[in-house]
Design a protein around this ligand. Structure first.
Ligand SMILES: [Zn+2]
Length: 842
């Protein structure tokens, strides 16, 4: 109440800046705060009439009811469409001449009642976030896209109850957040009315409708429904049971952990072909990318684990994000970090054969470092002045660094204390909103530990320390660690290291605090290898001394503990990136390790690194010299591997590295037979990728292969994707240019995963020189891409564009682009700096 009062005064003073913030585009924090202070008890009655096909307009009606405590400022409803989409507005029974400004419907105070208000609007829905296809559509409103489809208060802390009615072509099925209350079929239409929802933020309201198949399942009192469009029945037969079981298990686990029963009225999910993300946690109607859940007949352990983690992640959001939601999107990381934290706990017991500490290490650290080492990095909590910029907050820092930070918090607070605090937090803020500071306050209360300084450095500051060993000689050897702040502002990150020093006669371990000259570890003999941290919890750039580099080149695979090997490999790679380890040294070490590494997770990690050093660090001459050996080694691995999933992993690496004539002939042979040696069938998607790869790499029969692969495809969704991708591997520059130009039109970028895949081909390191002229226009399009694309898309667009390029010209294009635009949006500048890091380092 207090903040609302202060705000009214500042607004009433009619400062121009404030007026701009209030009435300007998007939802500014000023507008959001004012609305939160004055509006409550919001309900939406929404009707949409969905025609057949994807072109005809969708008509809608929204009846919005709410209480108001002040009429001082005009009421703004968000509706981001062109003006003619707004058809009629009536407020409390009186029809008004609609006024729209900057994507808001403006209603003067004089039309509003003292307390209870009812606004009735008829409109044409904007298509932007309705993901319309010929015979299905689905909404994806995160973070602020609900207002592109219907008028609403598009901010996370004005939760509302929704009553949705969909008027659909007969034969369509639909799913939304709440159960179906009634369904009437007349002639060629079906009208489905959904029950009123529990309170939801606008970004969590959702529906999907179209030609879907329904599978239902009940396990021990938990009823679940799944919609899908999979045409191949064996994919459903092979996967449905496990998909339901994983959801059931996650729900029960979360109920137990949080001590809060599943809070919403129903549970369901929809499998969407080429969905933008892996999953999106709409309560009652989670959306998934179909291929993330429908695995091939012999999935790799990694694929099984990823699926289980994804399901646990989205289900965790029901409590962390849906039941308790961040107040403002600057805290979006909080729901993500909790979903990740819970998902790790849920999935681990199901995979007892897996080393989960190693898995955490390999899945989080490399991805977090990849952004945190760049000039474009950001803190976990970022300032957000306007909801329209919320999409830029997402990225590796939220998804990968924040979980590492969360693990530190778990260690500081203790696992049981943290659980207790989480239970209090979820109970106290159920159906409402809360911030990071609210949670930290609860944890401090439970643990009696001050956490402010820790939180400031690890959550509110960007970047990471650079840690270097210092070897002193007094009474033997004394090793301490220097801490440098890459931004040269003398920041200090509180953490302790579990260091290890190996000498000819001994191995010593001990706890060391970086930056503290008195904190050290001693050895009698000269250190041969200094490992800054063996716990897998420390975070930073750990630069190696030359003796350690030499030791690791010869002995890295001899370390017995897989977690330690994982730590060493990650550090070794960071030292490659930082120029301490040479590409040839890294390549040779990885090559030898691939031949002998027994741990599946490390091997999977290494195949990725091997392919990245091969394409991104070796010169063309070095690569051509290395290729025959690499191909021969991997080909033998494909033949020798016992398990189908291992054969697949090696095959994936082979497809990536093969460049010689005989290498491509071998791939061609696999494509012809549609199977790997040993009779392992390749799926349709894998065969499409293989055909396109042969096209990219210039196999002499590529055009024939691509054309006949087209004939083999079953299913329209897959055929459309394939047709979309073909021009990106064309040897004809005119075809590639035409394809690139088609991306200038937002309609050409509608299927974002397809676009990213195509950019991967277009800018592949092998053909990067022929794609340099796409860099500048791609950067020029970035601002528009942010406004039309989904949240991960701008970052993925620029990184897919730049990843394959290593030339001085590419660097110059990027630098000049940024230099010429001093006022370029800060969030996009950071995304470019992240994506161009490898260019700056060359
Ligand atoms: Zn998530």
């Amino acid at each position: 109440m207090l903040s609302g009062f202060l705000l009214l005064i500042s607004l009433a003073s009619c400062n121009r800046m404030d007026e701009e913030k209030y009435f300007g585009e998007g939802v500014s924090s000023l507008l959001a705060t004012y609305r939160k202070a004055t509006i409550s008890d919001v309900t939406y009655k929404l009707d949409f009439a969905i025609p057949e096909g994807k072109e005809k307009p969708i008509r809608g009606r929204a009846v919005i009811e709410f209480s108001l405590t002040s009429k001082r400022e005009p009421l703004l409803l968000d509706f981001r469409v062109s003006e003619e989409y707004l058809e009629s507005v009536s407020v409390n029974g009186n029809t008004l001449e609609p006024v729209m400004t900057n994507g808001h419907i403006v209603i003067e105070g004089k039309h509003l009642a003292g307390k209870f208000n009812r606004v009735d609007i008829t409109f044409r829905a904007g298509d932007m976030s309705l993901n319309r296809n010929d015979d299905f559509l689905y909404t994806l409103f995160v973070p602020d896209r609900a207002s592109t489809a219907f008028p609403c208060f598009d901010q996370p802390d004005l939760k509302a109850r929704y009553s949705l009615t969909l008027d659909l072509p007969a034969g369509y099925r639909a799913m939304s957040n709440s159960p179906v209350a009634a369904s009437d079929t007349t002639n060629d239409r079906v009208v489905i009315r959904f029950a009123e929802t529990k309170p939801l933020s606008t970004y969590l309201f959702a529906f999907a409708a179209g030609k879907f198949d329904l599978v239902e399942k009940e396990i021990d009192g938990v009823r679940m429904e799944m919609l899908h469009r999979e045409a191949r029945p064996e994919y459903i037969e092979n996967n449905a049971e496990e998909i339901f079981r994983l959801h059931y298990q996650s729900i029960r686990w979360l109920e137990e952990y949080t001590q809060i029963p599943y809070p919403f009225d129903k549970f369901g999910f929809v499998l969407i072909p080429s969905f933008q993300y892996s999953g999106m946690e709409h309560p009652g109607s989670i959306l998934y990318r179909a291929t993330s859940l429908l695995l091939e007949a012999t999935p790799t352990l990694n694929e099984q684990l990823s699926r289980a983690s994804l399901i646990a992640h989205e289900t965790s959001h029901i409590w962390f994000g849906d039941l308790v939601t961040m107040k403002w999107f600057d805290d979006v990381w909080l729901k993500e970090v909790f979903a990740g934290y819970m998902s790790d706990k849920i999935v681990s017991p199901d995979f007892p054969a897996i080393n989960h500490d190693l898995r955490f290490l390999l899945s989080r650290y490399p991805a977090a470092y990849a952004v945190d080492r760049t000039r474009g990095t950001n803190p976990v909590i970022q300032n957000l002045g306007n909801m329209k910029d919320a999409g830029s907050l997402y990225g590796a820092i939220i998804y990968n660094k924040a979980p590492i930070v969360m693990r530190q918090l778990e260690k500081l607070a203790g696992e049981e204390n943290l659980r207790k605090a989480i239970q209090i937090y979820l109970r106290d803020y159920s159906w409402g909103n809360a911030s990071w500071d609210d949670l930290i306050a609860i944890i401090e209360k439970v643990t009696h530990e001050p956490l402010e300084e820790w939180s400031r450095m690890w959550v509110r500051e960007a970047g990471m320390p650079v840690i270097t060993p210092i070897i002193g000689q007094e009474d033997g050897y004394r090793i301490s660690f220097r801490e440098d702040d890459p931004s040269e502002t003398l920041r200090h990150w509180p953490q302790t290291l579990q260091a290890m020093v190996i000498t000819a006669s001994d191995t010593v371990t001990g706890e060391v605090t970086p930056a503290d000259r008195n904190s050290s570890i001693s050895s009698k003999d000269e250190p041969l290898c200094i490992i800054p941290d063996i716990s897998g919890r420390a975070y930073g750039t750990f630069l190696l001394d030359s003796a350690t580099v030499a030791h690791l080149i010869n002995h890295i695979s001899e370390f017995k503990d897989p977690l330690l090997r994982g730590i060493l490999w990650i550090n070794f790679y960071e030292n490659l990136v930082n120029g301490i380890v040479s590409p040839a040294e890294y390549y040779q070490t990885a090559y030898s390790a691939l031949e002998t590494e027994a741990d599946l997770q490390i091997r999977n990690y290494l195949t990725g690194r091997f392919s990245s050093v091969y394409w991104d660090y070796l010169t063309d001459e070095e690569r051509n010299a290395a290729a025959p050996h690499a191909e021969a080694m991997i080909r033998k691995k494909i033949t020798d591997a016992d398990a189908a999933s291992e054969k697949r992993t090696w095959y994936g690496l082979y497809r990536s590295v093969a460049v010689t004539g005989s290498g491509l002939a071998y791939l061609h042979d696999i494509w012809k037979r549609s199977e790997l040696p040993g009779g392992i069938k390749l799926s349709e998607d894998e065969l499409c990728t293989l055909a396109l790869t042969l096209g990219l790499k210039g196999h002499p029969a590529a055009q024939e292969i691509i054309a006949s692969q087209r004939e083999r495809i079953t299913g329209d969704d897959r055929l459309q994707r394939y047709d979309f991708l073909i021009p990106s591997v064309s040897p004809d520059p005119a075809v590639r240019d035409a394809f690139f130009n088609s991306l200038r039109d937002p309609a050409g970028r509608e299927h974002e995963p397809w676009v990213l895949e195509a950019l991967g081909y277009l800018h592949h390191p092998l053909v990067a020189p022929r794609a340099g002229h796409y860099i500048l226009p791609s950067l020029e399009m970035l601002e528009e891409i942010k406004s039309t694309g989904d949240i991960f898309f701008p970052g993925s667009w620029v990184s897919s564009t730049l990843a394959g390029h290593h030339s001085a010209e590419a660097l110059e294009t990027v630098e000049q682009f940024l230099d010429e635009r001093p006022d370029y949006p800060a969030d996009l500048r950071l995304k470019i700096l992240q994506a161009a890091d490898h260019l700056f380092r060359q």
